[in-house]
Design a protein around this ligand. Structure first.
Ligand SMILES: C[S@@+](CC[C@H](N)C(=O)[O-])C[C@H]1O[C@@H](n2cnc3c(N)ncnc32)[C@H](O)[C@@H]1O
Length: 188
């Protein structure tokens, strides 16, 4: 089941909202990280810079074949051999990844789904001990130029509470100006 309000505007519009490289740095995605899962990779806005940064594999999952094709095309163009694209519904079917098989899970602009706790438990399951969870979401502010309706948009305190409930510790919030916040947590 596709996450509610998870459709994307044109890529030029979407990419104006982020500085992916600086966001990845703030959220601790650097050369020390090995394998990553990107839930809802979209245009590959973050997948591609992540694949250029980390040492291991990037599992890029999306329900939309067009998004997967776009991410795959970008990876091939840049000769990135470490992007594994997966067309899959992670809400209904989970990620399909093995227990404790990745070092970082990206939940970027996706936690406004109906059952965020279930997705966070899936993230926890696939992370190795010491692995990290990274969340990005639109600020809880109805004046942002995009983002899900404020009624279903989680604020950072809610995300932290859900992540803690799923087992994550050391949850820290970051300001990702101008329109987003980030959260990083650890699976101890
Ligand atoms: C708002 S976009 C965010 C894309 C990317 N994470 C980013 O921040 O640039 C959400 C993405 O999640 C995908 N998606 C929505 N529901 C999904 C599901 N149930 N399983 C897999 N992907 C899903 C959408 O197709 C879309 O590409």
């Amino acid at each position: 089941m596709k996450v509610r309000e998870s459709g994307m505007p044109d890529e030029e519009v979407w990419s104006e909202f982020f500085e992916p490289k600086s966001i990845l740095k703030i959220l601790g995605i650097n050369k020390t990280v090995r394998d990553i899962a990107d839930f809802g990779c979209g245009y590959g806005t973050f997948t591609i810079p992540v694949a250029q940064t980390v040492r291991g594999k990037v599992h890029a999952i999306d329900i939309e074949p067009e998004m997967i094709e776009e991410t795959k095309r970008k990876a091939e163009k840049r000769k990135l051999g470490n992007v594994e694209t997966i067309t899959r519904d992670f809400v209904s079917d989970g990620s399909g990844l093995e227990n404790e098989s990745v070092d970082y899970v990206m939940l970027f602009n996706i936690l406004h789904l109906n059952n965020p706790e279930k997705l966070l438990r899936e993230a926890y399951r696939i992370l190795r001990r010491g692995g990290r969870l990274g969340i990005i979401h639109w600020n809880y502010d109805s004046t942002t130029p995009r983002g899900p309706p404020i009624e279903i948009r989680p604020n950072s305190e809610q995300c932290i509470e859900w992540a803690r409930g799923a087992g994550f510790n050391h949850l820290i919030r970051y300001d990702l100006k101008p329109y987003h916040y980030g959260i990083v947590g650890v699976k101890e």
